[in-house]
Design a protein around this ligand. Structure first.
Ligand code: KIV
Ligand code: ZN
Length: 506
């Protein structure tokens, strides 16, 4: 019999714990909507008690995202569980996920409580969570380093107390597949009430084994996998959603299991995560890496031309990868543009469409051939819209072999129009100096990355930057055929985010 494995996506919670990946409410909402399109069963939207931003993100996602169960993490503490409930109150489908460490290492050195106390708190907090919601998940943290007899005792007790999902985390990514599979098997053999709950797994990737461990757990009865898009997460990250989903889909013969994921949405989701978090995917990453479907060897290319199955185990289209496709040009009209957007999965309201079409026309003047990726870059500039307090009105650059790089920048700042000329070590440096002087920003540039969106010398370039101000980090994005303009847009986008935060907290 074919089983359906639930996909519990924790990109917005554990994924956000990746260094530098914090997301604001609008970014989380945009990603949650895409996760719903992807077809995940559960979205762990955050940790309500941890910050007002997380609380607001969970509340907003619960109110606006339809389909998946929306979940908040909560430590096994009364105030955490109550806060999770407050954030989830309006969500039609909600889950509280509470956790307590169970390994002796954690109990002795970190929490300084006995096993008995850990068990008592876990049971009590599952009961409290059940008084708020019907759907409660419990995680014995550091399960893979927990004494197995004690782990069985905890699992049995929390199921008895009302947990309908029990998650077995490999918190420090210590397990290896044979051992982890055996652990899951043992739970099924030793815990008498185990059939009353779904057994989930949550594997970290410290030894590069998160996907393999999760799959070993499925082979031994696990019914839910916790994972993140692009495998982002604490330290080396979590089990990667796209890997585990495509492994199950491709090897249904082995696993006798599949998920409800619409795999055609994988690539789009992966790109959105990169865009929002600023964390790039390594080129050789399975499934979503730039080289995952690139065949370099002549022998392989020869085989592929004769018959795809010789060297291709996954059809690129099945994860939503399209070959670079000429979509539109300078003479394309609004209707053709709208139709293409729809084919790409974007449904915009009239105002958004007008704005996107205007940008498209400007791009079409600069670039002869416009590809799907270019259109997607235009659209995703609008992801997580931020009010434009600063706006780039004009930019002139002088640079060259024997020229002192000079930038003349005109900005609208609120209602005023200001301009400034600056010199620098290069055109980007000169532009950034002018913007600093016009905005008076005290922020520090932490990261500056440039990449080409499509091939060719007229390709759109994308710039992603990180800025830090008063211990807050924000990312900025800009895309343009002119890389200096893209850099200026990225800086201004980040400054607008800092401004929005300042206004929110004042
Ligand atoms: O890695 C872990 O143990 C966790 C728990 C909170 C489930 O993220
Ligand atoms: Zn984790």
């Amino acid at each position: 019999m074919m089983r359906t494995i639930r996909i519990f996506d924790t990109t917005l919670r554990d994924g956000e714990q990746s260094p530098g990946a914090s997301m604001n409410v609008q970014e989380k909402l945009a990603l949650a909507k895409q996760l719903a399109k992807l077809g995940v069963d559960v979205i762990e939207a955050g940790f309500a008690f941890s910050s007002p931003g997380d609380f607001e993100a969970i509340r907003t996602i619960g109110g606006e995202v339809e389909g998946p169960i929306i979940c908040s993490l909560a430590r096994a503490r009364e105030e955490d569980i109550t806060r999770a409930w407050e954030a989830l109150r309006d969500a039609p489908r909600k889950r509280i996920h509470t956790f307590h460490s169970t390994s002796d290492i954690h109990l002795k050195h970190q929490f300084r409580v006995t096993r008995e106390e850990a068990l008592r708190r876990s049971v009590e907090m599952v009961r409290l969570a059940r008084s708020y919601v019907d759907d409660v998940e419990f995680s014995p943290m550091d399960a893979t380093r927990t004494d197995i007899a004690f782990l069985c005792e905890v699992v049995e007790a929390v199921i008895e107390a009302g947990a309908s999902t029990v998650n077995i985390p490999d918190t420090v990514g210590y397990a290896v597949p044979s051992e982890f599979g055996y652990l899951i098997k043992t739970l099924f053999e030793k815990v008498p009430n185990i059939q009353k709950a779904v057994i989930a797994v949550h594997c970290h990737n410290d030894l590069g084994l998160a996907t393999a461990n999760s799959l070993a757990a499925v082979l031994n009865g696990a019914g839910q996998i916790e994972c993140t898009v692009n495998g982002i997460g604490e330290r080396a990250g979590n089990c990667s959603m796209e890997e585990v989903v495509m492994a199950l889909r491709t090897r249904r013969d082995v696993f006798r299991a599949d998920t409800k994921i619409r795999t055609e949405e994988i690539m789009r989701t992966s790109k959105l995560v990169t865009k929002i978090t600023g964390i790039s995917v390594q080129p050789n990453k399975a499934i979503v890496g730039a080289n995952a479907f690139a065949h370099e060897s002549g022998i392989h290319q020869d085989g592929l031309l004769k018959e795809k199955s010789t060297y291709e185990i996954i059809r690129p289209e099945s994860i939503g990868l399209r070959s670079a496709k000429l979509v539109l040009g300078k003479h394309s009209g609004r209707h053709a543009f709208k139709t293409r957007l729809k084919e790409l999965g974007y449904v915009l309201n009239d105002e958004e469409l007008n704005r996107a079409f205007e940008k498209f026309k400007r791009l079409a003047d600069q670039k002869k051939e416009i590809f799907d990726e270019d259109v997607e870059a235009l659209i995703s500039e609008g992801v997580a819209k931020v009010p434009e307090y600063f706006r780039l009105a004009d930019l002139h650059i002088i640079s060259g072999l024997n020229q002192k790089p000079t930038a003349a920048v005109k900005l609208t700042v609120g209602d005023a129009v200001l301009d400034k000329i600056e010199y620098g070590d290069g055109p980007v440096d000169a532009t950034y100096k002018a913007i600093v002087s016009l905005t008076g920003t005290r922020s520090k540039l932490l990261k500056f990355e440039v990449k080409g969106i499509t091939g060719g010398t007229d390709a759109m370039g994308e710039v992603v930057i990180s800025l830090e101000e008063d211990d807050r980090t924000v990312r900025g994005h800009g895309a343009d055929t002119d890389i200096i303009v893209a850099a200026a847009k990225a800086f201004i986008n980040a400054l607008n985010k800092l401004e929005a935060r300042r206004k929110q907290s004042s």
